[in-house]
Design a protein around this ligand. Structure first.
Ligand code: GH3
Ligand code: MG
Length: 323
């Protein structure tokens, strides 16, 4: 097969290199068409640059979206059963899916149809029969945009000082983890971790030293939470919240003890410390089985109560309750 220079460039390996680098993996592309021959044609264009998933019906497309979280969907409009418009509407209606860009690939591209599809939230239209170079170029553009918006979203959930997740992220994820624990009948533990006598630390060493201390404590806590579903964030000021899914009270107490000990081994000098002349933390811990009742707010209030108890009992310790 001969190829002119331009299409050879477009088929060169590494077409999505920048995107691939940012994500640390190949982009995930879902191709939806009821005609396998159309899927095959699109597959050949992307097979080497993307991880490609294929669906021949709307229902299958939605299922793959849930299971695989593709980065982009190439969606046929006319399909028996659920058509492409309905698939797009359902993707937009689902909070877990709505960030996935949808490009319609259709033989019927009059202005009215395009307006309708774009109104449903699609990002682009490609006319059939398509030109491979055009399809590649459009997909590349929209994958790049998706990559950039993912990065911005991630940034919006990070705390600027410490680099750990922020309160906004906690609010979303804590609710979601509580519901998940309720559904699967597992225990959920919440820890509130607070730096001891931090006001005195700032007064003694200055705010910049205080900021540096918070960064080091945050990094230390984060390194101690190793299971993938564990979540740690800066709750506010010198207070951090840790959510430990599928963890019962005993296990969480062990993690808390390790946190307290490890923060002390950072050996950050603190003239007015609770113990040993170095910065320490106190931890309030509460664990519950959401399937038996309760609410995220109640669990948070319990962990807070325990934090006050740990402070009142002398600081640099954990106080815990099952609820
Ligand atoms: P306790 O042991 O009872 O927790 O006492 P504390 O002094 O740690 O608690 P308090 O709530 O009285 O003071 C918290 C201090 O944390 C006050 C505030 O200036 C400081 N702080 C909050 N956020 C930051 C920050 O981002 N940087 C710095 N340097 N200080 C902060
Ligand atoms: Mg404090």
């Amino acid at each position: 097969m001969t190829m002119d220079r331009k299409s050879a460039d477009l088929l060169a390996p590494g077409l999505f290199q920048a995107v691939q680098q940012a994500w640390g993996r190949k982009p995930k592309l879902l191709i939806v068409d009821d005609q396998p021959v159309n899927i095959q044609a699109l597959y050949q264009i992307f097979a080497s640059d993307c991880q490609v998933f294929m669906a021949t019906s709307g229902e299958q497309a939605l299922q793959l979206c849930q299971e695989r979280q593709p980065d982009l969907v190439l969606l046929d409009v006319q399909m028996p059963g659920m058509d492409g418009y309905e698939v797009c509407r359902r993707i937009q209606a689902d909070a877990r899916l709505r960030e996935i860009p949808v490009i319609f690939v259709t033989a019927h591209t009059d202005a009215q149809q395009e307006t309708h599809g774009l109104g449903l939230g699609a990002v682009d239209f490609i006319a059939k029969p398509f030109t491979p170079a055009v399809v590649r170029a459009r997909v590349r553009t929209h994958l790049t945009l998706k990559c950039q918006s993912d990065a911005l979203r991630e940034l919006a959930f990070l705390d600027g000082l410490t680099g750990v997740h922020n309160r906004r992220f906690f609010d979303e994820r804590f609710q979601a983890e509580f519901q998940r624990a309720r559904r699967n009948g597992r225990s959920l533990a919440l820890m509130m971790v607070d730096v001891d006598y931090f006001k005195r630390f700032n007064d003694e060493y200055g705010h910049l030293a205080g900021d540096d201390c918070l960064r080091r404590v945050a990094e230390c806590l984060r390194n101690l939470l190793r299971r993938p579903p564990d979540l740690m964030c800066r709750f506010g000021g010198e207070e951090f919240a840790c959510v430990l899914p599928e963890t019962e009270l005993d296990g969480a107490v062990q993690v808390a003890d390790r946190m307290i000990a490890t923060v002390q081994t950072l050996a950050i000098p603190h003239k007015h410390a609770a113990q040993g002349g170095v910065v320490s933390v106190s931890i309030g811990l509460a664990a519950c089985f959401p399937a038996l009742g309760g609410s995220p707010e109640k669990l948070l209030a319990k962990a807070d109560e325990q934090l006050y108890a740990a402070k009142a009992a002398g600081r640099a310790r954990v106080s815990a309750t099952a609820c």
